[in-house]
Design a protein around this ligand. Structure first.
Ligand code: SF4
Ligand code: SF4
Length: 492
């Protein structure tokens, strides 16, 4: 039965696009316009082996184009971008947007108790325990400036401060941060434009050379120091997504935050030991900063960016330093363009929070405005994107133990893991939009995601549960939950 189902799917795959059309569009046959703009490979092995480069400022595989600084694939009007108060986000304070929020909080607590008692898949006591304790150990801290007792400065060691070229520094720091546990990173100079992405609450940009913390100013960013911001990324284990909505899925999300807590602590003390500033923590929205440095592109779901290697299932933290570093460029891997055609995430969203338009917009919808605070909006102007209702998403997510994320599990890029055919798909998306509709449809036909979901079909709130959540505990997980994406030749 299972075999016949797979054969039917493959029959549909082969009948939708001819093999020659597909290879031609990809540039695997050496004729036509595609061959002028993309390299010609003689077989898949040759193509897959092509992803190498200078890791000091990582060169991307050939299908990923580097763009001009501060011009990512999403159009940005920098004159309209203003620093954002993160306490206005629906994730931080949904009471600003959902008039029924106090009842939502009450209902969430009641559901949690009843599901734990009844041992519902994904919401048993062990599922919630996993979700609730996965952070860094109690008492561990990530101060903005490292404590003097936590490292030995060059002066304390009686040696000169470290000096190196920006190119070597970029490479060296990348090696250190990757070894500490970072998967993706980008180097974003904190220019006048990039400073507009720094949160307006908790951070002060000051005309000074040394960063510090202050009760009134919060964390002070020294604008005279030539600061580079380094958004850091850790992926979330894909098997954790097979069973969502579940509390365990939320836990696998927090696993990424846990490792990045270790990375920023080691990273800031490494920099301080060399004689440079290492200021710890995210200073702005990760899905805005990470695409600016080419770690990912923005996608239809604004709250998450999409990495060519790790897809959408990833989480962020960050470090700021005055170590001279070569900046990294924004990228075009065909992802943002693909999101225009796709929309699979919107089809499966149980709360209908995701925009279904084909064309992005500059206009912030009225639903992003708080009903109680005229200053508060959860989305802000200055970018041409697909605006989503992040308030209805937050309400739905919290009722699901914080672990809905059905959209992320269904994103086409969450399925592009390690197989050569997937690398070929990525290469095609980066070269031509011709097959975007085909790939979008195939993703659903092949049934990679959780496609039984959709408006009104929303476990666990409809009383049904995803049995895969209970099976998750039986999987022999890789250490740290890390999967094969990390070892891809082009892992960035
Ligand atoms: S997390 Fe769930 S509710 Fe929120 S946008 Fe994604 S699918 Fe919709
Ligand atoms: S599912 Fe499709 S539209 Fe949604 S974020 Fe992923 S690629 Fe973009």
């Amino acid at each position: 039965m299972e075999r016949r189902r797979k054969e039917n799917k493959m029959a549909k795959f082969h009948s939708t696009v001819s093999r020659r059309d597909f290879m031609k569009g990809l540039g695997l046959v050496g004729a036509g316009a595609a061959a002028l703009t993309t390299p010609v490979f003689h077989d898949l092995d040759e193509m897959v082996a092509s992803g190498t480069g200078d890791m000091a400022n990582p060169k991307k595989p050939w299908w990923i184009k580097e763009l001009d600084f501060e011009k990512p694939t999403v159009e940005i009007d920098w004159t309209l971008i203003k620093r954002y108060n993160s306490t206005y986000s629906s994730q931080s304070n949904n009471a600003l947007y959902d008039k029924d929020w106090s009842n939502v909080v009450k209902k969430e607590a009641e559901l949690k108790k009843s599901w734990m008692t009844d041992r519902k898949p994904g919401f048993s006591i062990e599922d919630y325990a996993f979700r609730d304790i996965i952070g860094n150990p109690p008492g561990s801290t990530n101060p903005w400036v490292p404590a003097a007792s936590s490292f030995k400065s060059p002066e304390a060691q009686g040696v000169p401060k470290y000096e190196g070229t920006p190119e070597y520094n970029s490479r060296m720091l990348r090696t250190a941060l990757r070894t500490f546990g970072a998967f993706g990173m980008a180097y974003v100079p904190l220019t006048a434009n990039a400073q507009k992405l720094v949160y307006s609450n908790g951070y002060t940009l000051e005309d000074t050379k040394i960063g510090y913390s202050d009760a009134k100013k919060g964390n002070v960013i020294p604008t005279q120091a030539g600061i580079t911001y380094i958004p850091l990324m850790a992926p979330e284990m894909l098997t954790g997504y097979r069973g969502n909505p579940s509390a365990t899925n939320r836990g696998t999300h927090s696993k990424g935050n846990q490792i990045l807590g270790v990375v920023v602590s080691s990273g800031q003390r490494f920099l301080a030991t060399l004689g440079y500033q290492g200021l710890s923590g995210s200073i702005g929205c990760g899905p805005a900063f990470f695409p600016l440095g080419g770690g990912s592109e923005m996608g239809r779901i604004g709250g998450q960016s999409i990495s060519p290697t790790y897809g959408m299932t990833q989480t962020h933290n960050g470090l700021s330093t005055d170590l001279p570093i070569d900046p990294t460029h924004p990228i075009d891997a065909g992802i943002w363009k693909f999101c225009h055609t796709c929309g699979n995430c919107a089809i499966v969203c149980p709360s209908e929070s995701i925009n279904t338009d084909k064309i992005p917009s500059w206009e912030v919808p009225t639903f992003a405005q708080s009903f109680s605070n005229p200053d508060a909006q959860f989305s802000v102007p200055g970018k041409k994107v697909f605006f989503n209702n992040m308030s209805t998403c937050k309400t739905h997510c919290d009722l699901c133990g914080g672990g809905c994320n059905v959209c992320m599990a269904n994103c086409v890029f969450s399925h592009l893991e390690t197989a050569a055919v997937h690398i070929m798909v990525k290469a095609t998306l980066g070269s031509t939009p011709t097959f975007n509709t085909f790939f979008k449809d195939m993703d659903r036909v092949m049934g990679y995601g959780l496609q039984q979901f959709g408006p009104g079909i929303s476990p666990p709130l409809n009383g049904t549960f995803n049995p895969a959540a209970a099976e998750w505990w039986m999987i022999e997980t890789p250490p740290f939950g890390w999967d094969g994406r990390a070892t891809q030749a082009h892992a960035q």
